[in-house]
Design a protein. Structure first.
Length: 52
């Protein structure tokens, strides 16, 4: 998956976090990218767990 596609896939969830917890969606997306290696880590591939 291309980086831009990965980021686009995170947007809906990040927007929900913004509404519920008042955390900037951009921060959630950035942290998800960092911790999962842009969706390439084993944990993100197997369980879609970006924050592990």
């Amino acid at each position: 998956m291309a980086v831009s596609d990965f980021i686009k896939s995170l947007v809906p969830g990040a927007q929900k976090v913004r509404k519920k917890y008042n955390v900037l969606a951009s921060l959630v997306i950035a942290q998800g990218c960092l911790e999962s290696g842009f969706g390439t880590s084993g944990l993100s591939k197997q369980a879609y767990n970006l924050f592990g």
